[in-house]
Design a binder for this molecule. Sequence first.
Ligand code: AQP
Length: 326
Amino acid sequence: MNRVFSGIKPSGEVQLGNYLGALQNWVSMQDESDAVYCVVDLHALTVPHDADELRSSTLSLAQMLMAVGLDPERCILFVQSHVQEHAECAWLMECTAAFGELRRMTQFKDKSTGNEFVSAGLFTYPALQAADILLYDTNQVPVGEDQRQHIELTRDIAIRFNSRFGDTFTVPEAVIPPSGARVMDLQHPDRKMSKSEESPQGTILILDPPEVIEKKIKRAVTDSNDEVFFDVEKKPGVSNLLSILGAATGKTPKEACDGITRYGDLKNATAEAVIELLRPVQEKYYTLADDPAETSRLIAKGAEKAREVASTTLSRARQNIGLLNL
Ligand code: AQP
């Protein structure tokens, strides 16, 4: 069966871009594939963080994943650090990736620029991400557009490892949605919406109340000419709203444009679609948040199932790369 793997960092509150670019696809793929999803807490250590906050964000992100529709009975859902194979396999990946390849990663450039402290982990994290994916014999990785370069690197690492040491890893491919693959900040439509970026008015959080969502969308930056059409270069703000509307209603951005001629109408339709999309997610999240013990039980079970797959792949990789097994 087709194996799907993807992960999300507990680095802040889940935002609309995470949902439209990745999580919606995760949910639909859990029924048609053998799906494995992970809260990648080790990735959250690459930037300065608060230890208590990380622990609570990890648990609440697992609850959010169930609230959007992941069902631990229909997919494997777990926390990365609970399966130690990820950290060990990451070292094999670091030794297979080239320094120059990691240096070309645009996310590293974006996240390191202007920061006083840049961890070595931030530089090597695409190698850990390759380990995450390759440990599960993954065929498809549902992600947003920003992760395309990392998936390409994962493919290159797998191909190089296989050609040096023999067939070990499945070479995966990225699955990127036709709408919502790159949701932009509502106030700065030239940069992507992000959990950890300080842009409260430009970021829609999944748990934002309806009136807050409406206000943020109504204040979204557009331009002075009141024409609605999809053209990311000429009309970045309007095109972003069309992408959001399309992704929230199962249409392409151009289809979402149909019948909408004015900015006011576009903003009203987008706000309404996003509020309706998030309403059931919010309700389910608050129910799950009341029972952290049940979430812990479910993710512990998920880790057990994940370990079974990951340990088999890691043993094969250890053997093929030349580590002595006793
Ligand atoms: N703006 C976005 N539009 C579409 N997809 C997006 N994703 C993130 N932002 C957007 C997708 O969400 C998934 C999980 O992302 P992640 O948590 O692993 O890290 P990220 O890509 O770095 O996301 P953020 O929200 O920007 O987090 P921070 O601020 O911590 O770096 C991925 O599939 C990603 O493509």
